[in-house]
Structures are given as C-alpha cells and as structure tokens.
Design a protein around this ligand. Structure first.
Ligand SMILES: NC(=O)c1ccc[n+]([C@@H]2O[C@H](COP(=O)([O-])OP(=O)(O)OC[C@H]3O[C@@H](n4cnc5c(N)ncnc54)[C@H](O)[C@@H]3O)[C@@H](O)[C@H]2O)c1
Length: 248
C-alpha cells in the first residue's frame, strides 16, 4: 500500500468524484477524513462504513468549506482523531449555471465561495502542519471549464481558473519545504453534477471526447492517488487533464 501512515482530507467526500477519491486513498492505506456539507451526514457515513468494511480507517467530518471557522474546527477535530493531515484534496464544488446577464448575485457569490475561497480556507488551515513535517500533498480539483470556458458557467469557470492560478502560486511558495501542489482538471465525468445536464449537452460533450465515453469518478481518483504518492515526488504546479482527450 503506497499511502500507508498518511492522513488525507477529502472535501465534499460523500458522493461523486470525492467519494471515489476517498475510497481510492483508503485502499492505498491512507486514513481518510471524509468532509461533508452540513446535513449530508448519511452519505458521508456510508463512505466511512465502506472504507472500514475494507479494513481501512476513516472519519466523517462536517464543514461548509466556504465557512472559515468551520474549516478550522474540522481540521482541528480531524488531526485529533486521525493525526496531522499529509494530503489535502480540495474537491468540494458546486455549479449554479446561467448566462451572465441573468446570473444572480448569490449564484456568483456561492460558486466563488465554495469552489475558490473553499480551496483557500482548507489549504491555509492545513499548511502549517505540512510545513512543520516538511512533507505535504495538496491536490485541487479544477475543471476543463477553467481552461477553455463554457457558456453559462462564468462563475464556475472563473472559480476553477482561479484554482489553477492558486495551484501554481502555492507550488512556487512551498516547493522548497517538501510540499507539492497540483491540480486535476476533469472533463465530463458522470456524477450528480453532470446528471442535470440536458441530453443535448451530454452528446455535445461526448462528440468532443476522443476516448468516446464519459469519465468515471474512478478515472479522476486514480490520478489523485498518483499525485499523492511518492511516484509523483518530482511533480508540482501542474494541471493534469483527466478528460478522455477533450483538450489536446
Ligand atoms: N462531474 C464532472 O464532470 C466534473 C468536471 C470537472 C470538475 N468537476 C469538479 O469535481 C468536483 C466534484 O464534483 P462531482 O462531479 O463529484 O459533483 P457532486 O455534486 O457529485 O459532488 C460535489 C460534492 O461537494 C460537496 N459540497 C458542495 N458544496 C460544499 C461545501 N460548501 N462544503 C463542503 N462540501 C461541499 C457536495 O455535498 C458533494 O458531496 C467539483 O469540484 C467539481 O467542480 C466535476
């Protein structure tokens, strides 16, 4: 097991890509904090049960990643329960799509608060412990939308492009302290987030994918495990596309 004795925190870990990442990290021996949005405890507990059923160790912990004090409390609780965090996967994300002229203020604010400020809040809350250990892995889930754009997603695309900039700046800041910071940019992955797309939008995406199929959450999880492992010791500041070739 390549992540034995590591402690990981996966935000938005109760479903979709986050769930697959939590399971995959645990399968490699990491103890996993499964963060969930307040009120979604049942699903997070199921992920924990699944990990424990496979002989792993996990702990479900609530926090809205956009809420700075809740994030601090979550990180404190998790390090008490599982130990200091070595691997942070900033996965929590939401969409609130609409064309810009019709975009409501709260749709802009919420998407930025969760997808971008959430990354800042969680990363800053764990960074000190990584600096102390002189070892850490920060893996941010961005999106192809932050790289090539998509009509109706100015809020989401701005947040995800922000995550890419954040990744590159922090990689330069902390590289000398044994901490790598990378982003993963998924394309079209089948989860609840994309289930709400129209059939037409799904077909348009599919036509742009050379591998000819939508991605699975496990496709993203595999790359996250790689970035968390020592196989990626010399990789930092990168954006790895997991999109079936959508962007080449
Ligand atoms: N599905 C795709 O095609 C796709 C493509 C590119 C990027 N992504 C990104 O991958 C990540 C996971 O998406 P998914 O497809 O699994 O979506 P999903 O909606 O299935 O899961 C998102 C998770 O984030 C959690 N979450 C939302 N707001 C939160 C908050 N404020 N605090 C804590 N948790 C919160 C949700 O409860 C949920 O568990 C997101 O960052 C998303 O933007 C997804």
């Amino acid at each position: 097991m390549i992540l034995e004795n590591r402690v990981a925190l996966v935000t938005g870990g109760s479903q979709g890509i986050g769930r697959a990442i939590a399971l995959a990290l645990a399968r490699e021996g990491a103890k996993v904090g499964v963060n969930f949005y307040p009120g979604e405890e049942e699903r997070a507990k199921k992920v924990v049960e699944e990990i424990e059923g496979n002989g792993g160790r996990a702990f479900a912990v609530a926090a809205d990643v956009g809420d700075r004090s809740a994030v601090r409390e979550m990180v404190d609780l998790l390090s008490e329960r599982l130990g200091d965090i070595d691997i942070l996967v900033n996965n929590a994300g939401i969409t609130r799509d609409s064309l810009l002229l019709r975009m409501k203020d709260e749709d802009w604010d919420q998407v930025i608060a969760t997808n971008l400020t959430g990354v800042f809040n969680c990363t800053r809350a764990v960074l000190r412990m990584m600096l102390k250990k002189r070892w850490g892995r920060i893996i941010n889930i961005a999106s192809v939308v932050g790289l090539i754009g998509n009509p109706g997603q100015c809020n989401y695309g701005a947040a995800k492009a922000g995550v890419v900039g954040f990744t590159k700046c922090l990689a330069r800041e902390v590289g000398g302290r044994g901490i790598t910071v990378n982003a993963v940019a998924p394309g079209f992955i089948e989860t609840e987030m994309t289930a709400k797309l129209s059939q037409e939008a799904k077909e348009t995406f599919l036509q742009r994918i050379p591998l000819g199929r939508p991605g699975k959450p496990e496709d993203v999880a595999g790359v996250v495990v790689f970035l968390a492992s020592s196989a990626a010791d010399y990789v930092t500041g990168q954006v790895i596309h997991v999109d079936g070739g959508m962007i080449i």
